[in-house]
Write a protein that binds this ligand. Structure first.
Ligand code: KG4
Ligand code: ZN
Length: 398
């Protein structure tokens, strides 16, 4: 099965084409084409993602990225047959709210033959609604012209599948997935623990009461005068100090800072990160600026607090669910220290649990993960009615 996938939920515009073989027990995927454009440089100026700007950029970039992905997949063939008038009007109507995209789309589609794909998968939520709509309307227009079914994918489901995927020279595979499974999903918009008793059966075990962990990273980074996105910047600083730590998983080096571990000892699997962020703010207010060493120490202490809370809550959820597999997904799962802590703790305290972390290139938002999730939905004949397909900014998995 060949799936073309589109991702526009936040600040990455991405189009991918994969070939999928096999079933839920054992699936193999070949990435035929993959085109991604990050808007990070544009949003940096604002210190975060600006939704209307994200929407405009998606509208500008989708056609060139589609063209690039099709070309890489060797599925781009020129067609000289004009689009029927009726189709032209229907597409123009579908894309009327996406300035710039309608013209580029009609020009491209008018000179391109229908590619040999079986379905179009698109992120329907959660994410920034104006951004999601661009991808959804684009997918609807493609489905209409190419007469292909549409699959609506949940973005967090994509992160889970990216984490289950193993990469080798021939491509990606997903097999030997032992249920029940627990997923710790940590990104710019989410922090949640989700249990899966089988494919597509989700139960929310815990979630943040306020900020997402990636959001906390980004806000603390801004306080430390580090650029957006803050996660990798804070990680870089604290890793610098961890090099001198005899036990890099422990985080026991002395620093002048002592930050709280919010909700560490309450008996739920919920999180809270806004107090941690505020504690950083107060600590900074007490001093007139930080020395370069203190900045590094603050990043280190912040990351220790985050990793400790994430691990403790996950350990509680592992006990509660009896999970055999632990998945960590979402942009923050790229974090070196969090990966290190989880690998160490699982090996020592839960050796029977299989830890699955995404291959590096699939950690942050991309369209390959949406294509993978699309495959499992297609296997269950879960196709969307294009007329009823809408963006769900806060769509939950469970
Ligand atoms: O999943 P993602 O790409 O987009 C959302 O769906 O939100 O996650 C982006 C988030 C940002 O908050 C970014 O700072 C964080 O992931 N992030 C990291 C790292 N790389 C990205 N956080 C900590 N350490 C990293 N290495
Ligand atoms: Zn994401």
């Amino acid at each position: 099965m060949r799936i073309l996938a589109i991702e526009t939920s936040c600040d990455e515009t991405a189009v991918a084409i994969i070939n999928a073989e096999g079933d839920e027990l054992s699936a193999r995927f070949t990435v035929l084409g993959n085109a991604l454009l990050s808007q990070i440089e544009i949003h940096k100026e604002y210190g975060g993602v600006f939704p209307m700007l994200a929407k405009r950029e998606h509208a500008k970039n989708l056609v060139p990225l589609l063209s690039a992905a099709l070309e890489e997949a060797e599925l781009l063939t020129e067609d000289t047959q004009a689009l029927p008038e009726q189709m032209y009007d229907a597409v123009a109507k579908l894309l009327e709210r996406e300035p710039g995209l309608d013209e580029a789309f009609l020009e491209f589609i008018g000179e391109t033959e229908t590619p040999e794909i079986d379905a179009i998968a698109v992120t329907a939520g959660p994410g920034l609604e104006p951004a999601l709509w661009v991808g959804i309307n684009f997918a609807k227009a493609l489905a209409l012209v190419w007469k292909k079914p549409v699959i609506a994918v949940n973005h967090m489901e994509g992160h889970i599948l990216a984490a289950l995927a193993e990469e080798d020279v021939e491509g990606l595979s997903i097999e030997h997935v032992a249920f029940p499974l627990l997923a710790l999903l940590i990104s710019g918009g989410h922090t949640e623990l989700v249990a899966m008793s089988e494919w597509r059966s989700y139960t929310l075990i815990g979630q943040t009461k306020d900020d997402a962990v990636g959001e906390a990273y980004d806000k603390v980074a801004r306080m430390l005068d580090l650029p957006y996105p803050g996660g990798p910047e804070i990680s870089k600083l604290s890793e610098f100090l961890r090099k001198t730590d005899p036990d890099p998983t422990g985080g026991n080096l002395e620093t002048p800072f002592s930050l709280p571990r919010p909700l560490l000892h309450d008996n739920t699997c919920d999180f809270s990160f806004s107090g941690l962020k505020t504690a950083v703010l107060y600590a900074l207010k007490k001093r007139t600026g930080l020395s370069p060493d203190e900045r590094v120490q603050m990043a280190y202490e912040f990351e220790n607090a985050v990793a400790e809370v994430l691990w403790k809550k996950t350990a509680r959820a592992l006990e509660e669910t009896g999970a055999k597999t632990l998945v960590i997904g979402g942009g923050v799962s790229a974090n070196t220290h969090i990966r290190r802590v989880f690998k160490d703790k699982i090996a020592k305290a839960h050796p029977g649990v299989a830890l699955r972390i995404p291959p590096a290139r699939l950690t942050t938002d991309n369209a390959i993960m949406i294509a993978l999730a699309g495959f499992y939905r297609a296997r269950m004949s879960d196709f969307a009615d294009p007329d009823a397909l809408i963006a769900h900014g806060t769509q939950s998995l469970a």
